[in-house]
Write a protein that binds this ligand. Structure first.
Ligand code: ZN
Length: 512
């Protein structure tokens, strides 16, 4: 953004050479107080006085700036030191300030905004992917009404409703394949692993939507992949293990902006009221009617106060809430302590899209460079693991970073990474119509999204970013079975060695 201001400070009487000399002294040191409060590294964006001229009782100024200490703020900031310098000494005051012409250039991506009508703005010019707002004759009264900020906010909101946020943030078009691996062997297994696993009794459908009972042969495979990912990816990068809570208070989801982004994608949890008498009634009614009196039960519950963890990294940001961190001592935590949940509604089907799943979640906090480097490592090691197992994969730039969901109506200044999300997919050969894969690793950098929401700061004011990488164990297993099948002898040596003697499923007459 660029702010280009031509305006003036009008004094209560004619300026003589002595007064001018004193004012010029203030102007010479103006950079100093324009830089006050400007974040490190953003100094270039602060206001500069390009030129000025004295005319009668006026000081006419040309000021330009970027996003910090914007030109109109700079003009106001000039008042006090000038008055302090000349007021008493020369018995002169400032009568008023006036911005005669103010041009604000806002970069925009598409021309869908060119017909925008901005309140109180005289002219809007669209050219070279820039929207130029022109204001004329703005005095202190108008500035006090914040018309400039309101106009900018208006444009930003408008632009963001017009453009898909992810597309605006990403430097690479979402969906672009950044790496790819083809298997060395030829894949002969072409069946749907969900169907085969069900037939073999390795899984059994659970009454809850998108849930499965995983029997010993399957559970063993889960643990092997968990172990492999820990050994080959997580431990190599040096993540320290924690146990994250999985029952998450709504307040945290609100701060994460998950609650506004994907409110329909979670399980909400209501604790009961502590009223044993009322519950007695409920039990009596149930015994008499021989069914669950759901309405009665609903009255016995409190309002929903929690969700079952959908992202798994929620507790991490809460842990650092209001903390002063040191980006020279960055944090790498990993959690693999259990199930997480997403309500997929009608979307749940086979084992590759479930409502209850196991994931290894790596979370990091540190400088932008650190977080991006670690994120890239988490992805690279996952790819290497797939290559080691000769699993066909491709990695794409993601089009739906979970944390951006809630940001479609955003107006704060948030720093975004150039690539918010990579997604690595294992090929599902049984999908005949198109080349489809199951997303097994999602590697995200959040910029300052969570750091803002949870008020996490570096003690020296340096930039703090966060990132997270999820390895979906359930999905790694699905991708593996889809490419290798269920025959132990066909599996790679690494897996065979860890698997050992295949466990059996219970012997039952009418199942599987
Ligand atoms: Zn996460």
């Amino acid at each position: 953004m660029r702010f280009d201001l031509r305006g003036k400070i009008i004094f209560s009487k004619e300026l003589n050479s002595e007064i001018i000399e004193d004012i010029e002294e203030v102007l010479k040191s103006s950079r100093e107080f324009f830089l006050k409060g400007v974040p490190k590294g953003k100094e270039e964006e602060a206001s500069k006085i390009v030129d000025y001229v004295f005319q009668g009782n006026e000081l006419v100024l040309h000021i330009v700036s970027g996003r910090y200490t914007r030109a109109h703020d700079a003009l106001i900031r000039l008042k006090k030191p000038i008055v302090e310098k000349i007021g008493r000494k020369h018995r002169i005051g400032i009568r008023s300030i006036l911005i005669e012409n103010y041009e604000i250039s806002i970069p925009v991506e598409s021309n869908t905004v060119k017909d925008i009508k901005v309140p109180e703005c005289e002219e809007v010019i669209f050219e070279d992917n820039t929207l130029k707002l022109v204001f004329r004759n703005i005095g202190e009264k108008e500035l006090k009404r914040n018309i400039i900020d309101r106009a900018i906010k208006f444009v930003k909101n408008y632009v963001e409703s017009e453009e898909d946020l992810t597309r605006r943030v990403c430097v690479i078009e979402p969906g672009t394949v950044v790496r790819e691996y083809k298997t060395k062997r030829s894949i002969t297994f072409k069946e749907d692993p969900t169907e085969v696993a069900e037939k073999l009794g390795w899984v059994k459908r659970f009454p809850g939507k998108g849930q499965w009972f995983y029997t010993p042969p399957m559970a063993k495979l889960f643990r092997i992949f968990e172990e492999l990912i820990m050994e080959e990816c997580v431990n190599k990068i040096g993540f320290e293990e924690c146990l994250f809570p999985k029952l998450i208070p709504l307040e945290i989801m609100y701060k994460m902006r998950y609650l506004e982004g994907l409110p329909e994608g979670m399980y909400y949890v209501s604790p009961p009221k502590r009223d044993p008498e009322m519950f007695k009634e409920f039990v009596t009614e149930m015994m008499i009617k021989r069914e669950i009196p759901i309405k009665k039960l609903r009255d016995l519950l409190r309002d929903p106060g929690y969700v079952l963890a959908p992202a798994q990294c929620e507790p991490f940001y809460q842990f650092f809430e209001h903390m002063l961190v040191d980006v020279d001592k960055p944090v790498k935590f990993v959690d693999r302590s259990g199930w997480t949940y997403r309500w997929e509604g009608g979307g749940a089907r086979g084992l590759d899209r479930v409502n209850e799943f196991l994931r290894i979640e790596c979370v990091m906090l540190g400088s932008p460079e650190f977080v991006e480097k670690v994120r890239d490592e988490t992805l690279r090691y996952a790819e290497k693991l797939a290559e080691k197992l000769d699993l066909e994969y491709w990695t794409v730039v993601g089009d739906d970073p979970f944390y951006l969901e809630g940001r479609k109506k955003e107006d704060r200044d948030i720093e975004f990474p150039e690539i918010p999300k990579y997604e690595m997919r294992l090929w599902l050969p049984y999908e005949k119509e198109e080349r489809r894969g199951v997303a097994v690793t999602s590697a995200n950098v959040h910029g300052t999204h969570f750091v803002e929401g949870f008020n996490i700061r570096d003690y020296r004011g340096r930039k703090v970013w966060t990132g997270c990488t999820g390895y979906g164990i359930t999905r790694w297993v699905v991708g593996f079975l889809a490419q290798y099948g269920f025959n132990y002898d066909d599996w790679p040596k690494v897996i065979q060695k860890k698997y050992g003697k295949p466990p059996e499923i219970p012997k039952v007459i009418n199942w599987p």
